[in-house]
Design a protein around this ligand. Structure first.
Ligand code: F6P
Length: 280
């Protein structure tokens, strides 16, 4: 899989340059979920596809920016689901954004995920690779990703990142979030999944939630490109992730763009969600 990680590193360096200097405006196109695509979404997708085409071990790719799967190499072994530029509308206000990759073998289900990678484009560019462990790298002035440390979550954290808007939350969700704040947790939510989860991972733990809401009952975040890869990272870092009741990595999507409610966190916070959502 080293050649896949290398292709991701090259893509990240090219995307970082586009973020810094390209036009941040909208294109005239929409993606499969109906979001208007930024020119940068399209460019990042093209960059990643170009780099993945050079890797013979990749059988097929599926991008958040495309309606369907793209076959690459017939004899390849790996399938990659990716979100080229998550949170891209935040670039306009100069907040951090990211790229997310799930590397699958045998099909796009949580159980088939064998590695995941994400890149944070912030004041610094950081890359996190989860396989058996979760390893973090930072880009230096020579365009090399230098290993910094392994990421390991505490049993319990201090941060709370509640997604969507209170107006659309179920009463039990609102009660749970209020209770968490009453226990002293701090609000940390930028609206970018990658930097928000990265912060929880680096600051020892906490909870990120994007529940079922009145406007999106099946959740907003996409299983193959966003939810599975981060569920893998959280488990390998010693945390957990669930859809409310079930372990995320046990879910099987029926369509590339399927979404799911999701909760990522350290073990104690996920136990707390299970207690609230497990109740009838
Ligand atoms: O992928 C969509 C996304 O931008 C995520 O990066 C982020 O976590 C989420 O949407 C934010 O959604 P909301 O504004 O509804 O909380």
């Amino acid at each position: 899989m080293t050649e896949i990680f290398e292709a991701i590193k090259i893509s990240a360096i090219r995307i970082r340059e586009a973020i810094e200097f390209d036009d941040t405006g909208y294109s005239k196109d929409h993606n499969a979920t109906g979001d208007t695509q930024l020119k940068l979404d399209i460019k990042s997708d093209i960059i990643i596809e170009e780099e993945f085409r050079k890797v013979l071990s990749i059988k097929e790719i599926v991008s958040e920016e495309k309606d369907d799967k793209t076959p690459l190499h017939l004899d390849g072994k790996y399938l990659i689901g990716y979100d080229p530029l998550d949170g891209s509308s935040l670039i306009d206000v100069n907040l951090s954004v990211g790229s997310i990759f799930g590397i699958y073998e045998g099909g796009y289900a949580g159980a088939n995920l064998i590695a995941s990678v994400y890149v944070v484009y912030g004041p610094r560019v950081e890359l996190v690779i989860a396989t058996d462990k979760v390893r973090m790298y930072r880009l230096n002035q020579n365009n090399e990703f230098i290993y910094l440390k392994d990421i390991v979550l505490n049993q319990q954290g201090k941060l709370n990142a509640p997604g969507s808007t209170q107006m659309c939350w179920e009463p039990k969700h609102k009660q749970m979030i209020d209770d968490i704040f009453k226990d002293g947790y701090r609000l940390r939510y930028s609206g970018g999944m990658v930097p928000d989860l990265h912060q929880i991972l680096l600051k020892g733990g906490g909870l990120f939630s994007y529940p079922s809401t009145s406007d999106v009952p099946k959740g907003k975040l996409r299983l193959i490109f966003e939810v599975f890869p981060f569920a893998f990272v959280f488990e390998k870092a010693g945390g957990a992730s669930i859809d409310g009741q079930k372990r995320i990595l046990d879910l099987v999507p029926s369509h590339p763009h399927d979404t799911s409610p999701c909760f990522f966190g350290s073990k104690n916070e996920i136990q707390r969600v299970l207690e609230v959502y497990g109740r009838k």
